[in-house]
Design a protein around this ligand. Structure first.
Ligand SMILES: C[S@@+](CC[C@H](N)C(=O)[O-])C[C@H]1O[C@@H](n2cnc3c(N)ncnc32)[C@H](O)[C@@H]1O
Length: 353
């Protein structure tokens, strides 16, 4: 469904502090990626300390988790470059509560972090489109958001309303649509990031058998919805067509577009991709993280080959076609000397958007 002129299937997280107060699991997913974020920042390069570094958090929500993630990134950057000006950009849909987001940056947020100036900004729009100028981003982050579809899927009725309940050709169609969306997300980031910089994507994922913990919750919601339709309170045809518009990827699906022969094979190098279980109050959910770096010859940073950078659920930018920069080796797992970066997969205990 197009909303407010952008392509998205949600109008954002609930405002008035609701999402911030009910996103403990998402917060844990972000925290699970702390070590990966440290490694990503450790691998960033700056030509000169006075040059601004732009960080974008894609799908930032209403603030609390995004401000924490941004704060963690800025503190880590400050430990390397104390005076570098930071441009902290939060992206979400135009319908999101950006006022709450800005307030979250104040006080306990990141604006008080000592050192050089920090500028907090909003980039409103769909992350399936380019949101900031070419090669203007030094670090991209995304947590618990890249699982949303760009358009409402229509695959016909199956016994459920969540991708994990679909089988056979219907599951394949849901996977294919999600793969197209993921490629589009990455294409936009490939333009925005400077080659050699880092993109860290964390989200809820599926386990090796394609299961996601939120599947049980969505089964219960489906049972309730069927009951409502039997009582004439929900149109059975509409219900049968409905798919909750998110798709949780496996690590292999997350890496696929950047792998050999993939549409982003020349645009990103996967530095690390991993998954881990993130505890909830009632159990454990899988989460994934991947780090990648762009590979086009950098415009802002040194043109010398840079060491691998990683992010949880992250990628790095590769050279675009015609680039003079050599493609770096891709690693889907961290070196044995370091713990694997957490790749939070989108496995939510509640379908908060
Ligand atoms: C579950 S929240 C995650 C918020 C925050 N990153 C966190 O980890 O708590 C998902 C966010 O993704 C946003 N989102 C979904 N589709 C989007 C799109 N196409 N473009 C930008 N943001 C989108 C939603 O509006 C929502 O705020």
């Amino acid at each position: 469904m197009a909303r407010e002129g952008v392509e998205a299937t949600t109008s954002g997280t609930k405002s008035g502090g609701f999402y911030d107060a009910h996103s403990e699991y998402q917060r844990r997913v972000v925290q699970a990626g702390a070590a990966a974020l440290e490694r990503v920042v450790a691998s960033l390069e700056l030509d000169q300390e006075g040059e601004p570094l732009a960080i974008v958090d894609y799908g930032a929500g209403t603030g609390a988790n995004s401000a924490r993630a941004m704060g963690a990134a800025i503190r880590s950057i400050r430990s390397r470059w104390s005076e570098t000006p930071i441009v902290a950009i939060h992206n979400d849909l135009p319908t999101s509560d950006f006022g709450a987001l800005r307030l979250a940056a104040e006080g306990e947020g990141y604006l008080g972090i000592p050192g050089g100036p920090i500028y907090s900004m909003a980039a409103t729009g769909s992350f399936f489109d380019q949101l900031v100028p070419d090669a203007s981003v030094g670090l991209g982050m995304c947590s618990n958001a890249a699982h949303w579809y760009r358009e409402q899927p229509h695959v016909g009725e199956f016994d459920g309303m969540y991708f994990s309940a679909a089988r056979g050709a219907q599951r394949e169609r849901l996977a294919a649509q999600a793969a197209d969306d993921w490629t589009r997300f990455l294409e936009a980031r490939a333009s925005e990031l400077t080659p050699g910089d880092r993109l860290l994507v964390q989200g809820i994922g599926v386990d090796g058998e394609g299961r996601v913990s939120a599947g049980r919750l969505l089964e219960q919601m489906w049972a309730v919805a069927l009951g409502l339709s039997e009582r004439g309170l929900l149109d059975r045809t509409v219900l049968g067509e409905y798919v909750f518009p998110v798709y949780c990827r496996s690590a292999a699906e997350a890496k696929a577009p950047m792998g050999p022969g993939g549409p982003l094979a020349e645009g990103f190098e996967v530095v690390a991709a991993d998954s881990q279980e993130v505890a909830t109050r009632t159990g454990r959910c899988s989460s994934e993280a991947a780090t990648a770096r762009p590979t086009r010859a950098p415009t802002r940073r040194s043109s010398a080959p840079s060491p691998s950078r990683r992010s949880s659920a992250g990628c790095s930018r590769r050279a675009r076609s015609g680039s003079s920069r050599r493609r770096s080796a891709t690693s889907s797992s961290p070196p044995s000397s370091a713990p694997p970066p957490p790749i939070p997969r989108p496995a939510a205990t509640r379908p908060t958007s």
